[in-house]
Design a protein around this ligand. Structure first.
Ligand code: MN
Length: 202
């Protein structure tokens, strides 16, 4: 049965904050068009289709992530994860963290280079699809979090600061099976200004 609520669009995908060609050669226009306009948009459409007449239909996205399970959780988390992922990339990135975030990274990982090595190692160790995240634990300590499939750190009480999408759809057009090469390249696109803002916002 079709009702007004069933056809209402609740969530929309944020447009990319840069041109589709802006992240090449690290991430090609073709990858961005598929990743944003097909994959990410598909999760938004699916979530909007699933929500009507559920207990989650009028909740904010983060509450749906915290409270739902199964297919609604998977699609809600994918909507959130993709906005967060695309939002930290830039054609003119600040290439390293500064200030309080730099200090917190050095205190936890030894150095920014060591952090990148450990983060990259997590991305190759993650079996199958998922994301690797830099998160802040409740104690204030920074940590790496490897999430399978759509899994989102909010669910574990962590505050997400950065994620790298290592689903094959994120890199297969440009790098084929070479996930490590895709991750090595994406460091050139991560804007630490964005990550600092997330870290400073309480
Ligand atoms: Mn993706």
């Amino acid at each position: 049965m079709t009702t007004d609520t069933a056809t209402k669009t609740r969530f929309t995908l944020k447009p990319l904050p840069y041109d589709y060609t802006a992240l090449a050669p690290e991430i090609s226009e073709e990858t961005l068009r598929y990743h944003h306009d097909k994959h990410a948009a598909g999760y938004v459409a699916k979530l909007n289709e699933l929500l009507p007449d559920t207990p989650y239909e009028s909740l904010p996205l983060e509450d749906i992530i915290l409270k739902s399970d199964g297919v609604i959780y998977n699609n809600a988390a994918q909507v959130w994860n993709h906005d967060f992922y695309f939002g930290a990339l830039s054609p003119n990135p600040q290439s390293e963290p500064k200030g309080a975030l730099k200090k917190a990274i050095e205190s936890k990982f030894g150095s920014f280079d060591e952090f990148k090595k450990k983060f990259s190692a997590e991305t190759t160790a993650l079996f199958g699809s998922g994301y690797v995240w830099l998160v802040e634990e409740r104690s204030g300590e920074l940590s790496l979090f490897s999430g399978r499939n759509a899994d989102n750190p909010l669910r574990y009480g962590y505050r997400p600061l950065l994620c790298v999408d290592v689903w094959e759809h994120a890199y297969y057009i440009d790098y084929r099976n070479a996930r490590a090469d895709a991750v090595a390249a994406i460091w050139n696109c991560i804007d630490w200004r964005v990550v600092e803002k997330r870290y400073e916002k309480e």
